[in-house]
Ligand binder design. Structure first.
Ligand code: SAM
Length: 276
């Protein structure tokens, strides 16, 4: 997948691109990431990318011309084509006013062949970029960052780990929190034994269950006994119950949309009873 990140701070991405899964995805040729300096598309001595807002008010606004020129030079598909369902490219403007970025949006973006991320700064970006150039505005949460770079790094990381082959184990991404896909069946950790190979089952959009590793006891804190029992069915049930419990406690809103089985509903009733 091709990523193009447009920013006035290209050095910002040195860290995020050079570690972990993103670095490995780049090295494996799964992700080709180009960071473009917006100032390359200015034509004055001071390489000006911003100007005062029309109508007055505080702060500066990123000018439209360098951003339009930048996208033209990248030969991005026309906006009408990108807005079509079948498009293989997407141009995203990072903005606190955007639609909320979540795992579903990440999965949709990961199905594209190319993703262009435009990072705003100052008071924001001239609205014509949103109205006539980007095909969507995305926000990573209800708070205001100083710039779009952190948000772009979040989108980049989330989408990259969904690319086939990026995690090494395809089941890993599907079993995580928010995933509507499929998840691993329990792989018990039994002292002295290698874990059994994993298989998959539906996760249904809950938060992930808690994870533990060795040692089984640490400073008086023991791993739940069931996880070292070797009883796969009991482990599956414990994990499902824990995922439901955590979701109910931390993100009850997710339960409205979750794909709940009869067993889930029984477990939830038990948990709620316990909580009451
Ligand atoms: N005046 C803007 C507002 O109130 O919505 C905030 C501008 S912010 C200081 C500068 C840039 O940071 C934005 O143009 C955007 O690119 C980025 N940004 C800030 N918060 C963000 C968020 N929650 N998600 C994505 N990008 C964000």
């Amino acid at each position: 997948m091709q990523f193009d990140i447009i920013t006035i701070f290209p050095d910002f991405f040195r860290g995020p691109l050079d570690h972990g899964i993103i670095r490995r995805a780049r090295e494996a040729g799964l992700a080709n990431i180009r960071v473009v300096d917006l100032r390359e598309f200015t034509h004055d001595r001071h390489r000006t990318v911003d100007d005062r807002p029309f109508g007055g008010g505080e702060g500066m606004v990123l000018k439209p011309e360098p951003i339009f020129e930048c996208l033209e030079s990248l030969q991005v598909a026309p906006r009408e084509t990108r807005l079509a369902d079948t498009s293989t490219e997407s141009v995203v403007l990072l903005s606190a006013q955007g639609q909320r970025f979540d795992q579903g949006v990440a999965e949709e973006l990961a199905s594209r062949e190319r993703l262009v991320l435009i990072c705003g700064r100052y008071e924001g970006v001239d609205e014509r970029v949103n109205a006539f150039l980007a095909d969507r505005e995305l926000s990573i949460g209800d708070y205001v960052l100083s710039g779009g770079e952190l948000a772009a790094a979040v989108v980049l990381d989330t989408v990259t780990r969904l690319l086939p082959g990026a995690l090494g184990n395809e089941a890993s991404a599907r079993q995580e929190s928010f995933s509507a896909g499929t998840v691993r069946q329990p792989v018990p950790v039994v002292e002295g034994q290698r874990p059994a190979p994993s298989s998959t089952c539906a996760s249904g959009g809950l938060l992930d269950y808690p994870h533990y590793t060795r040692p089984a006891e640490f400073r008086g804190m023991a791993v739940p006994e069931v996880l070292v029992s070797g009883d796969h069915e009991q482990i599956r049930r414990w994990r499902r119950r824990s995922a439901l419990e955590k979701t109910l406690h931390n993100r009850p809103d997710l339960l409205q949309e979750a794909d709940l089985s009869r067993e889930d509903q029984e477990l939830l009733a038990q948990i709620s009873g316990k909580r009451i």
